[in-house]
Design a protein around this ligand. Structure first.
Ligand code: ADP
Ligand code: ZN
Ligand code: ZN
Length: 801
């Protein structure tokens, strides 16, 4: 018997737990030690949620270690209780949270919370309870006929009086930690005694007993009642007589219903088989290898993934499949569910809190072996991972933009090291970082160069829109595109059109003084939405009526400029009056299920033209689409972001890949004002390598990723001055802390310097090896963020605006 156990038997009061408490503030970014009360000594384990006293409050915390405390010579506070019977976090995830906090310069608690479904994070209720009779009338009015009142109910004019009452201990403020998780149960009836003697007089009770007997297993109570048309009182009588017992069984919501149809399982073609045979042995050998699966659009990467998962299941192991949120359509889920049935859990933001919680519990309880989900599914609490797949690995949505600012690929590598499992990054347009790693041999490159359906890649043409204007065509649809659309409509084929800009006019300008209508809260011009007659800020949601006269000079000569999807839709209706047109963008997909409805209508050929923003660029696979038009390839090119060319290349290549997936003849038409730009040229030739080498040259000159690692520090404040000053202080501090090899840029005010009334200053660090970085960043997080100045640190910056 280990020593600490025997001490338990003797004294029993020496066990303590280190707990990360649910407060996101710098002084508490460390575990606190609490005594485990004797009655909980056998209950508390690392990874459990506990309720602990913290200052005057009761808070939720997560146990990270349980240990024997030898020299407690001061009064430790005690754990008050636990919300778990099984730890929420596995030992691996406890360690991962710690590593993640360091990797991303985040608070420990933020990392823990990022791993768990919303349902099990704490919700606090603040209650006010009267403690004295002599309450001020203003305060007393709240407790007229109630024992307690929610703190949120107090009107702001009464708050000072209430505060005084609390201070004078006339009213007590009580925190209640509420578990948001709601597990649903189904009631089953189990037969324990089929003695018909006991129910001789009761026909209905007899009926129930023989029904249960014939079933030979517990049956849903609802089902029994429906089948036999018996009331609750009949069942209750049987329970009272001891013939039947009720059992509560955890029920799991099934967000996609039960899938009965079966997906077609393709035999792998030659290329796919080679990919499979390169990767699968590493799964069996438990060699933690990372593969970059570079396959052209339509090369059948999904089929390779599925075969690999089969290999994982044969080993008795588990797999995580990450797909971008937008690609996680019911169609995608269907592929996996129909192939792997009940072994699949799905996690994504479209599910309700309860549904997500159910899916998560299936994983935690080992009821499923595969998790398909968006970014946060990388934390799926599996304990025996054999494979992690990240599809469309170049997607920026794999990076979380709030604390913890993690990148799913980096988290995957941590989990890979722990489980010694295989990591597969798949894409038709890998990120420059990933492809460069593959070139260096850090990742193993596996290529699929042909389409799985053995159809050729589409023919691509670039249309120079500057010439179009010279010809006198001012429409956003070039002659070439117009003719080709007509041709496809005649053949009963379908067309996808991409414009990565929503709304009607991109901006509104006064032609007398040149003033552009701007958002009140941001340095962003307002977009005109015609149907609802509003000007909108696409960042903060600010809205206003379109002005009749210029707010600067009073002129009436105000016009809208630039095309958004709403305007294109209007124009298409005029050009093709006999065709149904579907538009898919943020504005048409706000309602739950709208996204799916539009895609279904298109699949059922209720419409022949699908127009949309980048939402339509990914993953869609429609049989009859033989034309893709990119209306303005330049929208992403001019963004103030060093990845603008990369994003342009990816977007065009991806959307072009929607064409001709099942047909011999298909076309892609790219309209642009920059026909000679290398990103557009390379995309039109589907030539990834050409793009890669050109872009790498530019990155090397600019000393960007992947030649340098980058860290972005964003300083936000209510005033420009304050944010800039703090930027200067941070730069001074970093100059002293970092080696001379690192490059320090800033403080700079970004192009969009104000968002939501917050003023921004940036500091950027470019480095190759910087041993002092982690500690310097922690210092910054601890000392340079204060009440009015907020500092955010991003070690995987995706946008540098
Ligand atoms: P990717 O994700 O690489 O763009 P998909 O996985 O969507 O490609 O596959 C493209 C199409 O090819 C799908 O319709 C799929 O059913 C089909 N497909 C995949 N593998 C095969 C195969 N071995 N034989 C025939 N068709 C296949
Ligand atoms: Zn004006
Ligand atoms: Zn705004």
């Amino acid at each position: 018997m280990p020593w600490h156990r025997s001490r338990l038997f003797l004294g029993g009061e020496t066990m303590v737990a280190d707990v990360i408490v649910d407060v996101k503030a710098k002084p508490v970014n460390r575990p606190f030690t609490y005594r485990i009360p004797p009655e909980l000594v056998d209950v508390i384990e690392p990874g459990m949620r506990v309720v602990v006293p913290f200052g005057s409050r009761k808070l939720l915390g997560y146990v990270v270690t349980v240990r024997d405390d030898e020299d407690t010579d001061f009064e430790l506070k005690e754990i008050l209780g636990t919300n778990d019977l099984v730890p929420s976090l596995t030992p691996e995830l406890i360690q991962l949270a710690k590593d993640l906090a360091e990797d991303t310069a985040s608070f420990y608690i933020s990392c823990i919370q990022a791993m768990l479904p919303v349902a099990i994070k704490a919700e606090y209720r603040k209650w006010l309870i009267p403690k004295a009779d002599n309450l001020a009338p203003q305060v007393a009015s709240y407790f007229q006929n109630r024992q307690r009142v929610r703190a949120e109910e107090v009107r702001s004019e009464d708050l000072p009086a209430m505060k005084r009452a609390i201070k004078a201990e006339q009213v007590e403020l009580v925190y209640e930690v509420k578990d948001r998780a709601s597990i649903q149960y189904d009631t089953y009836l189990r037969l324990v005694d089929a003695d018909l003697e006991k129910v001789k007089q009761a026909k209905k009770q007899q009926l129930v007993l023989s029904y249960l007997q014939s079933c030979g297993r517990p049956v849903l109570k609802k089902e029994v009642q429906k089948a036999l048309q018996v009331s609750d009182s009949v069942i209750k009588a049987l329970i009272d007589k001891g013939c039947v017992v009720e059992e509560q069984v955890e029920s799991f919501r099934t967000p996609y219903g039960d899938i009965k149809r079966r997906d077609q399982r393709h035999e792998l073609n030659e290329e796919q088989r080679r990919a499979y045979e390169t990767i699968a042995p590493k799964i069996k050998a438990q060699e933690p290898t990372t593969f970059l699966l570079h396959g052209v659009t339509g090369s059948g990467k999904t089929e390779v993934y599925m075969h690999l998962i089969e290999a994982v299941l044969e080993e008795g192991k588990e797999a995580i499949v990450l797909v971008p949120e937008i690609a996680l359509t019911p169609q995608m889920v269907f592929h996996f569910k129909s192939r792997f049935g009940h072994q699949v859990a799905v996690l994504h933001s479209g599910l309700s809190i309860g549904e997500k919680y159910d899916e998560w519990r299936k994983i935690r309880q080992g009821k499923v072996k595969i998790c398909v989900g968006a970014r946060s599914a990388i934390f799926a609490p599996f304990t025996n991972l054999g494979l992690i797949i990240i599809d469309e690995e170049h997607e920026s949505t794999y990076k979380q933009e709030d604390m913890p600012r993690y990148h799913a690929i980096e988290v995957a590598k941590r989990r890979q090291a722990y489980h010694r499992c295989v990591l597969v990054l798949g894409s038709a347009t890998p990120s420059l970082e990933s492809y460069a790693r593959a070139m260096k041999g850090v990742y193993q490159l596996v290529e699929l160069q042909h389409r799985a359906t053995s159809t050729p890649l589409p023919n691509t043409q670039i249309v120079d829109m500057t010439l179009e204007a010279k010809k006198g065509n001012l429409s956003i649809i070039s002659d070439k595109l117009y003719q080709t659309i007509l041709d496809r409509l005649k053949k009963d084929e379908q067309v996808i059109l991409l414009l990565n800009r929503r709304g009607y006019h991109h901006f509104i300008l006064c032609r007398s003084c040149g003033y552009a209508m701007m958002c009140e809260n941001c340095d962003i011009s307002l977009t005109y939405h015609k149907r609802i007659q509003r000007l909108k800020c696409h960042y903060c949601g600010y809205e206003t009526k379109p002005p009749k006269v210029c707010p600067m000079c009073g002129s009436e000569h105000i016009s809208g400029f630039g095309y958004g999807t709403e305007k294109v839709e209007e124009e298409l209706r005029q050009l093709f009056p006999d065709t149904t047109i579907l538009r898919m963008d943020v504005d048409t997909t706000r309602r739950k299920g709208a996204h799916e409805r539009i895609l279904r209508q298109f699949r059922e050929k209720k419409a022949h033209i699908l127009l949309g923003t980048q939402m339509i660029a990914k993953g869609l696979d429609f049989e009859d689409v033989t034309l893709v038009g990119v209306l303005m390839a330049d929208t992403t090119l001019k963004l103030p972001d060093f990845r603008a060319s990369e994003r342009t290349f990816q977007l065009i290549t991806q959307v072009a890949g929607r064409a001709g997936r099942h047909r011999e003849q298909s076309d892609v038409i790219i309209q642009t004002y920059n026909p000679h730009h290398y990103a557009i040229q390379a995309a039109s030739q589907q030539n990834y390598k050409a793009f890669f080498y050109q872009e790498m040259r530019i990155r090397r000159l600019g000393r960007y990723v992947p030649y340098y690692f980058m860290c972005q520090i964003v300083i936000a404040s209510d005033t420009l001055q304050e944010s800039y000053r703090q930027g200067e202080r941070i730069v001074r501090f970093l100059k002293e802390s970092l080696s001379s090899e690192s490059i320090l840029l800033g403080p700079v005010i970004p192009q969009v310097g104000r968002l939501n009334n917050q003023y921004f200053t940036h500091v950027i660090i470019k480095y190759k090896r910087e041993p002092q970085l982690k500690s310097a960043l922690e210092q910054i997080l601890m000392t340079y963020s204060s009440g009015s100045v907020h500092v955010a640190i991003d070690l995987y910056p995706t946008f540098l605006v």
